[in-house]
Ligand binder design. Sequence first.
Ligand code: NAP
Length: 489
Amino acid sequence: MAEHPQEKRDLRIVIIGAGMAGILSAIKLREAGYIDFIIYEKADTFGGTWRANTYPGLACDVPAHLYTYSFEPNPAWSQVFAPGPEIRAYFENVARKYRVAEKVRFGEEIASCEFTDGRWQIRTKSGRSDQADVIIAATGVLHHPNRPDLRGLKTFRGACFHSAEWDHSVPLDGKRVGVIGTGSTAIQITSALVNRVAKFKLFQRTAQWVFKGENRPYDAAERAAFAQDPKKIEAVRAELDAFFGNFSSAVIDADSPQMREIERACLANLEETVVDPELREKLRPNYRAACKRLIFSPDFYEAIQHPNAELVVSGIDAVEPDGVRTKDGVLHELDVLVLATGFRADRFIRPAVVRGRGGVDLDTVWADHPVAYLSIAIPDFPNFFMLNGPNGPVGNFSLIRIAEQQLHYILQLMDKLRAGNCREISPLQSAATAFEKARSEAAKKSIWATGCKSWYLDKHGVPASWPWSSARFDEEMAAPKFEAYDAVN
Ligand code: NAP
């Protein structure tokens, strides 16, 4: 990259989203000496996915001490896997401590970002306009509910909602509740509801492998010890990091001994916990463990064996006013129907319109599938950076750690802009193309490509993820290779 030293510039930065990654961006930008930045957030509070999702049983299946900003350890986590409301409160507390709210415009959804005359022109849905030198898209991945196209869905007389839009005004106790889906969400809802409802029906299209993740509480003495000695938290984090490092080596190599060990543990969980052989066979997946996102649950198999629970494996024919009719002709009468049917994981910042240099449209660039150099930046979209963007690490990792590393990398790109070395920075098309080619080739060797359907796969069946080790990710994120970038004055 040619250096063109000019005067130091104050940069105006717009951050999109006030979830985990947006809060992080605000804190780290301030720390790096930036003052002219703002967050636009469509909702009226912090928290992103932890604000939107409020379903019963909501928890994070990444251990709490790992699902924490590295600079804000939390000795008060109540359990190994923290419940959703506790995580939301953590983000709110961190945002409060770092006075992030004064930098946020809540209730403003971005409608468009267009790069003209060397700056980003930003418009919100309410008609507000703004300008920025840099955009940090911290919009998250799983936020556009996937609504199933089921015949008759609108005719259902009871309450029906998506898991990410839980209607808390609907009574559940003593009711007949049906849940469609067997992803991480549906599994958590199952464990939370079987005891409360009169009848619980889980509509399974595909069985899931379940890894028994014990969720023990931290007692008062442990929490006090964490508070007194931060080294104790660091030790827990190091231990968990090692576990997930091992997990990451396993999933990228379907034939690795670590992968076989995970499969063995999942199989043992199924064989040892599910008593009824018929139910066990219904719950037995016909693909390899961790091909779909592995479910961590301390008690799903126990929950589905509860007398109130029924696993329905006959496919759904239609939804009727009184319930769900399955293909075997049975009508499953219900008061409440929950669509735990996942998210459209290929949306990212969209439906906002994003146009880069020369009017190039992000929707066009991503017509086949979303791509980005190192999952962060896109050729001809100068000074536009994403956190947890396309094809980044997924698969039971802490997205907080990933976002921190990505931001560290982005700040180094921004240093060039601030120092006046260049006014526009975006990856070279050649670098982005070579990266995507290598990435998609390597992804075909991962466990996610061993023959199942999941939200990890793009429309060609290629896993949309980081296919290499977490060590390689650490290495890439440590410092940008500036020769891969086009720097324009
Ligand atoms: P998901 O993993 O995409 O699961 C969606 C479920 O709905 C699948 O079982 C799918 O069946 C089923 N489904 C979709 N359309 C259907 C239809 N038309 N008819 C019948 N079944 C249908 O979604 P999710 O459970 O919400 O989880 C999404 C992701 O969110 C997770 O993978 C995870 O990354 C994250 N998450 C994390 C946590 C956590 O603890 N950290 C908790 C919840 C969610 P098929 O399998 O047959 O497609």
